[in-house]
Design a protein around this ligand. Structure first.
Ligand SMILES: Cc1cc2nc3c(=O)[nH]c(=O)nc-3n(C[C@H](O)[C@H](O)[C@H](O)COP(=O)(O)O)c2cc1C
Length: 430
């Protein structure tokens, strides 16, 4: 698998683990040393993400935190910080009966096509269980953006809508409309009782986001937030600012006009040209219902034969209460990432800031060497299985030529870059 388990390359955080494996966890490559580990905060957010009563899965995990490395006397040492949460309540036998069936709506079908193997117990890596790692990661970088305040409220669950409020509602569903809350609970209960599931729309806002975050064009803040949000299982869409209204209204309405040195409106949700404006960040997420339902459905088995399936495992009938802390965590990581990157590229830095930037670049260089080595290993294997000669002097000459030309164009010492490439080849070959 390619390296697609990095939550953030700027911050250097990866996550790992599956629903029915021994544990899920995070590896934080370069935490700021000598900082108190926010254990209480991690415990609190794990509780928020945990199942909540009737509408949630009956799989209740103790979520005990185990620190494997990078902490001494309660503080980060600066060494890689590895935290795991053991899976203790996984009941793999629940899945035995349907192990040969493709579950509709799940990742099974597409992942089987890609990998030709699938861990049918729970959802494997596609399970909501993996989000434990995301909420831990967010607590480790929350102090990077102390001034930013994120609020999430639910605008819609199935057919029921609410008007967005300005404060985060205190109830389980973050439902801002107190008058219809009892009706909402009854509605979700009717879905659960029918063995079905339901999704909705949630609104996310962030106050005090500084202007200037985001890097055109491929690292726009909006693009990075969209990627972070769509990486969460079941998130189907994102709309910034006034969303669909922007498609209906003319430019004269959509433009945020200026007066007295400020924007007079915020139709675009605090981001223009991919960069934060300093106005409130605002976007809506479309959430699909979870796929695990006990209603009988048509499906196929691994041989393509028609079958029937009814999924009786432990599932969330409405997972939105559990998804909200995950969304909050992903936005925290995204904004911490953007703030950190802004520090790296900012010209007004002190020596410590410049050194931090250099350390990060050196680290990236080493990581690239490591990745190159892995790719070379695959090339060797490919050549061996396809009866190709391991050496290709013509290609090596071509690469050397290209690299020299690029070095010249970038005003780098061509001979030194040449030397570096030779070393690069040697490192990959060992
Ligand atoms: C916090 C959370 C809890 C979830 N719980 C369930 C669940 O109980 N049952 C289920 O089928 N899917 C659940 N999902 C959704 C699946 O993870 C997701 O739909 C599945 O991996 C397929 O990915 P996709 O929806 O992005 O296509 C949950 C997702 C999250 C974020």
């Amino acid at each position: 698998m390619m390296s697609s388990n990095k939550l953030s390359s700027i911050l250097g955080i990866s996550t790992f683990g599956e629903s029915h494996g021994p544990a899920v966890g995070i590896l934080f490559d370069s935490p700021i040393p000598n900082k108190e580990l926010p254990l209480e905060e991690i415990r609190a957010v794990l509780k928020l993400r945990a199942p909540k009563g009737l509408y949630s899965t009956a799989r209740i995990e103790p979520d005990d935190i185990e620190i494997l490395s990078g902490v001494f006397e309660g503080k980060t040492t600066g060494a890689p910080l590895c935290i795991i949460i053991r899976n203790q309540a996984a009941r793999s036998r629940d899945y035995e009966a349907i192990k040969d069936l493709i579950r509709p709506g799940y990742a099974d079908y597409a992942w089987l096509k890609k990998y030709h193997i699938f861990d049918y117990r729970g959802g494997g890596r596609a399970s909501g269980r993996e989000t434990v790692a995301r909420v831990i990661a967010a607590e480790l970088v929350r102090t990077y953006i102390p001034e930013i305040k994120i609020l999430v409220s639910t605008l819609q669950i199935g057919e029921m809508s609410s008007a967005p409020g300005k404060t985060a509602p205190e109830n389980t569903f973050h439902w801002p409309d107190a008058d219809s809350y009892t009706d909402l609970l009854a509605y979700v209960e009717s879905i659960r009782a029918a063995g079905d599931s339901i999704g909705g729309i949630i609104r996310v806002t962030a106050e005090n986001v500084p202007a200037g975050l985001g890097d055109p064009i491929y690292d726009k803040l909006s693009a990075n937030i969209a990627k972070a949000m769509l990486s969460i299982g079941s998130v189907r869409g994102i709309m910034f600012g006034d969303g669909l209204e922007l498609a209906k209204k003319p430019g004269s309405w959509c433009n945020d006009q200026f007066k007295a040195g400020r924007l007079q409106s915020n139709h675009h949700g605090g981001i223009l040209g991919g960069v934060s404006t300093g106005e409130e960040l605002c976007f809506d997420l479309i959430i699909r219902p979870v796929s695990g339902i006990s209603i009988e459905q048509d499906t196929i088995d691994h041989d393509g034969t028609d079958r029937k399936i009814s999924i009786s495992g432990r599932h969330d009938s409405c997972h939105i209460p559990r998804l909200i802390p995950v969304v909050e965590a992903m936005l925290t990581i995204c904004l911490a990432d953007a703030v950190q990157y802004q520090k790296l590229i900012s010209r007004n830095q002190d020596l410590a800031g410049y050194r931090e930037a250099l350390n990060k670049l050196d680290e990236d260089l080493i990581m690239l060497l490591k990745r190159r080595k892995e790719v070379v290993k695959h090339v060797k294997l490919y050549k061996a299985t396809h009866d190709l000669h391991p050496k290709d002097p013509e290609r090596e000459r071509e690469i050397a030529h290209k690299v020299r030309a690029l070095a010249q164009e970038l005003d780098l010492d061509v001979d030194l870059v040449d030397e570096l490439m030779k070393l690069n080849l040697r490192i990959s070959a060992i």
